[in-house]
Structure formats: structure tokens, C-alpha cells
Design a protein around this ligand. Structure first.
Ligand code: PAF
Length: 286
């Protein structure tokens, strides 16, 4: 990580950030936005560094967005540590940390949502009703507040990234959506703020998720086209390590539609599973 002398400035209110962004744009400066929910890890840092390289100003938003969590999900326990996160943002070169309170983002209960009825109830959406409408709506708000030229998201949340790209395209947002590759722990586990919930044993066992995905990729490379067999390869590795599968799906990487029984090209395997009480997701391109 590059060490920058400057600290990130913490902005807590949307009108204040909007004013700053307007001023920067008027001065001809390019703005990069890295939307996060905080508890930053190396994956986030890589997004921030990517933005810092190609924009004059990088804004990192840190907001645990209540409207994307279901009633029985981890909103209350989601890790929050603004000062440590802000330090990391400064070290990675971000100029501004935007950390609004829920009351600032939602002065009134949200009535206007962004939906994608074709995709929001598939895969993760089937198990997290309302989740993607919550994500798209807050990302749309963040785009209107921060007014970025480019916005950076991890490829780890493959369905989320696809939906955000589609929203930006469908609704003519003048922001370029940049996806960045998944950063992994030594055992292959995709970095996620939720990895903090895992015990040492669960964290070690969760390396089986990527091992399973790589096994499917290898099989496909050797000519296996049966979707059922490729999915089994993933399931088997995870279940052998005591993980509990929520779903494994093989989808077309361009439109996210299920590929059917035969897997030819442009396919991605998506998986969601539990280790202990922690829900983890990952994917691999075949
Ligand atoms: O990926 C996340 O951290 C969140 O879903 C996002 C994009 C910041 C929206 O709250």
C-alpha cells in the first residue's frame, strides 16, 4: 500500500458532499467513487488504489445501508469502525470519506426504489428478498450525491456488479462502472468483511469454496459440459469441508441467465453457502 501524507477528510452529510463534488467537477477534476459498507480489507484497498491511479479525487463511501438487509440478517452486527477505515482510506490515497448516518441518507422512509425485476429475484436475490432493490437504490443515491466519473466495485459480488452496470446503462447514469478482480486469502477464500464472523476452523474450511470452483473450471477445461456434473464438483468440495450449500448455479456471464444443461462458453459458476452461521458467496468464470 502506498503511504500518503494526506489524511482523508470525513464528510458526514449528503448536501456537503454534493457541494464539494460540484465544485471539483467545475474545476475540471475527475472524481472516482468507491462505495463500501466499511470494515475495509485488502479488496477495498485495491479498489481505492485503482481509483486513485485514474482520478484526481477519490471518494470512499462508508455506509451500512439498512435497506439492503433483510429483517433476520446481520445489519446490527455488521462491523463498524469508521476511524480505522478512514485511516486506511487516507493511506491508500483517498481524499474524502463519505460516512453519512442513516438519517442523512433516509430522512424519510424510502418510497422510491430502483428495481430490476428480471434479475433481482434470482440467485442471491431468491434468498435475500429486497436486497438488490436496496443495493441499486443506495448506489443510485450515492451516484447523485458524489457525482463520480468512475465508480469501482469488486467482482466478488458478481450479481451485484452486473445489476449495477445494467442500472447505469438503463438509466443513463454518466458514470463508468469499473469492476476489479477478487482479492483472496492464502487459502483462496474471497476477501469479504463478513469473513470476520468466521472462526479459525471455519475460515480454513471455507477455502473449499474456491477449491470447488477451480475443480469445476478444471473439469470444464478438460471438456466436461454437463452443468449437473460441474455443479456437483463445487458442491462436493464444500460439503466435504462441512459447508452448507445455499445454491450453485451456472449462468451466462453477459446476461446472467441460467445456461441450462450444457455449459459451453461465457459461463460463470455462482455459489452461496454457509460455514457455521456465516453466508459466503464466490464465483469463477469457466
Ligand atoms: O458491496 C457493498 O459493499 C454494498 O452492497 C454497496 C455496493 C456499498 C451498497 O451498499
Amino acid at each position: 500500500m502506498r503511504k500518503h501524507a494526506e489524511k482523508s477528510k470525513i464528510i458526514r452529510s449528503s448536501p456537503a458532499l454534493q457541494k464539494i463534488s460540484k465544485k471539483m467537477l467545475a474545476q475540471g477534476k475527475s472524481i472516482g467513487l468507491v462505495p463500501t459498507m466499511g470494515a475495509l480489507h485488502k479488496g477495498h484497498v485495491s479498489l481505492i488504489e485503482k481509483s486513485v491511479k485514474s482520478n484526481d479525487v477519490t471518494i470512499v463511501s462508508i455506509f451500512v445501508n439498512p435497506v439492503q438487509f433483510g429483517a433476520n440478517e446481520d445489519f446490527a452486527k455488521y462491523p463498524r469502525r469508521l476511524l480505522a477505515d478512514a485511516k486506511l482510506c487516507g493511506e491508500a490515497g483517498a481524499s474524502i470519506v463519505f460516512a453519512p448516518e442513516p438519517k442523512d441518507m433516509y430522512p424519510l422512509p424510502l418510497q422510491t426504489f430502483v428495481h430490476n425485476p428480471a434479475l433481482e429475484n434470482l440467485y442471491c436475490g431468491a434468498y435475500r428478498p429486497g436486497h438488490f432493490a436496496g443495493v441499486l437504490s443506495v448506489v443510485a443515491k450515492l451516484f447523485n450525491i458524489a457525482m463520480p466519473c468512475k465508480a469501482y466495485f469488486g467482482e466478488k459480488d458478481f450479481q451485484q456488479l452486473h445489476l449495477i452496470r445494467r442500472m447505469a446503462c438503463d438509466l443513463n447514469f454518466s458514470v463508468k462502472i469499473i469492476g476489479a478482480r477478487t482479492i483472496r486469502e492464502k487459502n483462496g477464500l474471497a476477501m469479504s468483511s463478513r469473513n470476520e464472523y468466521l472462526s479459525t476452523e471455519e475460515r480454513a474450511a471455507a477455502g473449499s469454496i474456491y477449491a470447488g470452483l477451480l475443480a469445476a473450471k478444471k473439469l470444464h477445461g478438460q471438456g466436461e459440459v454437463s452443468a449437473a456434473k460441474l455443479k456437483s464438483a463445487v458442491k462436493e468440495r464444500i460439503e466435504r469441508a462441512s459447508g452448507k450449500i445455499q445454491y450453485v448455479e451456472i449462468v451466462n456471464k453477459n446476461d446472467l441467465m441460467p445456461v441450462g444443461t450444457k455449459v459451453l462458453r461465457n459461463a460463470v459458476v455462482l455459489v452461496a453457502c454457509y460455514f457455521g452461521k456465516t453466508r459466503l458467496i464466490d464465483h469463477v468464470e469457466l
